[in-house]
Design a protein around this ligand. Structure first.
Ligand code: GTP
Ligand code: MG
Length: 227
């Protein structure tokens, strides 16, 4: 299993993106924003390591890797501002702290559906991990057909100056669900496609999401039978 650890936004990049955003004046304390990004990045590293260790343990004890691979990403300033805008909030340190939980995100791609809940349980059972938010789009898929388990956990990050709890968003889904989400995302953001075609593809994708879930469930049964 591989964890792609993406490069952390550096101070210069954050400053540049803030300048481009025209909302610069609303961020009174630039250093505080950088500090939040840095803390969240450390939080993602902590959670990433925990997930790697869990996968190692399963592989050692049960000869099965629940995790296929993982991706770690930091939110860009542009999408941070976009999200605050949608919530009707200004870009202030207070609003970032109180309303944005996905500055650091880890996407966990599992081999089977059961692995999603196995990973979730083993992670939130750890005494230093606290579950803050949970959306199960597998039990309750989005109208588009989107399936995934989204959780936000809080983790203490130890620094030279003390300890702080930070949120990390973890999206957990199977290879099939991930493949579907990538294609649907492409369709959603393609602007030069004939609307009639978009409608047709959207309908088909809704259907395929259910079919993929069905196939992944049946493949899981075969896997269980062979264990
Ligand atoms: P945002 O993060 O601002 O979108 O709001 P939120 O955190 O309230 O939303 P949510 O928990 O539903 O997760 C949003 C993320 O899930 C998006 O950024 C996408 O990555 C993914 N997502 C949600 N719905 C869909 C969908 O219908 N299709 C695809 N491809 N991805 C989706
Ligand atoms: Mg989100």
């Amino acid at each position: 299993m591989i964890l792609e650890r993406n490069n952390f936004l550096n101070v210069k990049q954050i400053e540049q993106q803030l300048k481009q955003s025209q909302q610069k004046s609303r961020i009174d304390d630039f250093k505080a924003l950088v500090k939040i990004f840095q803390l969240c990045h450390s939080g993602a590293n902590e959670i990433g390591t925990k997930l790697e260790n869990l996968d190692d343990e399963y592989s050692m004890n049960y000869d099965h890797n629940p995790i296929h691979h993982m991706e770690e990403r930091m939110k860009s300033i542009g999408s941070l501002i976009g999200k605050l805008d949608r919530k009707g909030l200004d870009l202030t340190i207070e609003n970032v702290r109180n309303h944005i939980y996905d500055i650091a995100g880890i996407r966990v791609i599992t081999n089977y559906i059961d692995d999603i809940y196995r990973i979730e349980e083993a992670l939130i059972d750890q005494s230093d991990v606290t579950l803050i938010r949970r959306k199960d789009y597998i039990k309750n898929p989005k109208p588009s057909g989107y399936r995934s388990l989204h959780i936000v956990v809080s983790i203490p990050v130890f620094q030279s100056t003390g300890v702080e709890d930070v949120p990390v968003e973890v999206q957990i889904r199977t290879i099939g669900m991930d493949m579907w989400a990538s294609l649907e995302h492409k369709l959603r953001y393609k602007t030069n496609v004939d609307p009639k075609k978009v409608k047709e593809h959207t309908g088909n994708l809704q259907k395929y999401a259910t079919e993929l879930y069905d196939i992944e469930s049946r493949m899981q049964e075969i896997f269980k039978d062979l264990q």
